[in-house]
Design a protein around this ligand. Structure first.
Ligand code: ATP
Length: 454
């Protein structure tokens, strides 16, 4: 089944077959209400079996109850089954040390995959639109993205059974809303969608409209860029799969002894023969290095990759023999090999982590900590420092009477010993005002927002 002409919006249904059971992921917002209405229409015409799947995230109080009731009543009115899943997002976020947004998304997708695995649905449809795509691409561009990041929201995600797909990716949000108005169909507004604390909302309500003054087609072009980047990625990934086995030296991880880097228990390393990298195009060299680092659990940013290329002698300047790329990754070079070594963070590498100075108000990308940090304040104030913990650091958690030693805080938060030396904290005027995953008593005039770098 391809694009369906009898529908008022052109939606991409290439992946669907008659008789398939489709769970529409419905938050109650305009996009997903439109998705449900469109699929309900198709179910009558084409024998697709549609249900409405809603996650109650346990956040946003009564508004979330309202959305769940609204979605359930809408499904009933359309004669469709309603599937509801309740989760405790704050508890999950605390346990996994994720932001609330990350936790909500992870819980949502985990349930979608459960629906597929259990055979309740053959496919889950989400209602991402072309505007979501444009916002995602622009957001990633602002954070500093590779082509993987620029490939944005993928139209289809494979699952172990079935798939997740986004049939509205070619549709503008304004089209969705006018479709609903024509139907006389209402929807729920999420009050947090206007909250300017979230970068995503500022991109949607401020940046994209401002840029559209320069080019009214910008959203579509951002979406086109995502398609181009995705195809490029696909091509290069196939090349990489072909090349990697001959580029990464066999028999790794190694045990040290005569080699460039000696490994300790819990560490791992990979080596790449420099001469084999030399004939490759720069695009492939970078990809090989990034793929090698990824195997050690590390996402290299552009500068780290450039430092590795320089170590191999592919960039100007004297090649360094050793680079501490982050608390967890060291690179060493012998005449023949470039070796990447994943270290225990308590090692010397942790001590070499950079400190980032952040203007207040201001924001910073801190690749060594995998973070993007923004600080808001009502007026210009002295700068803050993002850094790894130091002995003697004390921190006051909310609802506790006195500052505690960092070691106690780590224990209380059950942060594994191996991660502590590189755990990011923010210091302002001699006080720790933020720490990843901790509810810090922040009496300063600073508001701190941290997001992981993708
Ligand atoms: N509470 C929910 N219950 C069911 N589906 C939801 C819920 N929230 C979002 N979705 C689905 O996910 C789509 C995207 O939602 P939204 O834009 O809020 O999420 P996001 O975090 O920006 O994106 P992503 O889901 O890709 O991470 C919605 O159109 C809807 O299909």
């Amino acid at each position: 089944m391809s694009a369906v002409s009898t529908l008022p919006l052109s939606i991409d249904l290439q992946a669907l077959r008659p008789g398939m059971r489709i769970a529409a992921a419905v938050s109650g917002g305009a996009d997903s209400v439109a998705l449900l209405r469109l699929l309900a229409h198709l179910s009558r015409e084409h024998g697709i079996v549609v249900s409405a799947a809603h996650v109650h995230h346990g956040i946003r109080g009564e508004e979330a109850d309202r959305d769940a009731d609204f979605t359930s009543r809408l499904a009933a009115r359309l004669g469709l089954p309603f599937l509801r899943h309740d989760v405790d997002t704050p508890a999950h976020a605390a346990a996994q040390r994720e932001t609330m947004e990350e936790a909500a998304r992870n819980l949502r997708y985990a349930w979608f995959r459960q629906l597929l695995d259990s055979g309740i649905a053959d496919a889950v449809a989400t209602a991402h639109t072309l505007d979501d795509q444009a916002e995602t691409v622009l957001h990633r561009l602002l954070r500093g993205a590779w082509t993987e990041g620029l490939s944005g929201i993928h139209p289809t995600l494979a699952a172990s059974r079935g798939f997740i797909f986004r049939p509205l990716l070619g549709v503008r949000r304004a089209q969705v809303e006018s479709y609903l108005r024509d139907l006389g169909q209402d929807w729920c507004e999420d009050s947090t969608n206007r909250d300017a604390v979230y970068t995503r909302n500022r991109i949607r309500h401020q940046l994209l409209p401002a840029l559209a003054d320069y080019n009214p087609q910008l959203a579509r072009q951002m979406a086109n860029l995502a398609t181009i980047a995705r195809d490029e990625e696909h091509y290069w990934q196939a090349e990489l799969d072909r090349l990697l086995p001959s580029l990464l030296l066999p028999g790794k991880p190694v045990r040290g002894g005569g080699r460039a880097a000696s490994t300790q228990p819990g560490e791992a390393s990979l080596a790449i023969e420099i001469e084999r990298l030399r004939p490759l195009a720069p695009a492939l060299r970078r990809r090989v290095l990034r793929a090698a680092a990824r195997r050690l659990g590390h996402a290299l940013d552009f500068d780290q990759t450039a430092r590795l290329l320089a170590m191999c002698g592919f960039e100007s300047g004297a090649p360094a023999r050793r680079e501490v790329l982050s608390a967890q990754l060291i690179a060493e070079r012998t005449p023949r090999e470039l070796r990447l070594l994943r270290t225990q963070p308590e090692s010397a590498a942790a001590a070499s982590l950079p400190e980032y100075t952040i203007a207040v108000p201001g924001e910073i990308l801190a690749p060594a900590f995998g973070l993007r940090l923004s600080i808001t304040a009502a007026e210009a104030l002295p700068a803050a420092t993002l850094r790894a913990p130091r002995s003697g650091d004390r921190i006051r958690l909310r609802y506790t009477s006195a500052p505690k030693r960092l070691k106690e805080v780590f224990e209380r938060l059950r942060i594994p010993a191996a991660e502590r030396a590189s755990w990011p904290i923010l210091e302002w005027q001699g006080q720790i005002v933020w720490m990843r995953g901790a509810d810090v008593e922040n009496t300063s005039p600073l508001t701190v927002l941290a997001e992981p770098l993708s």
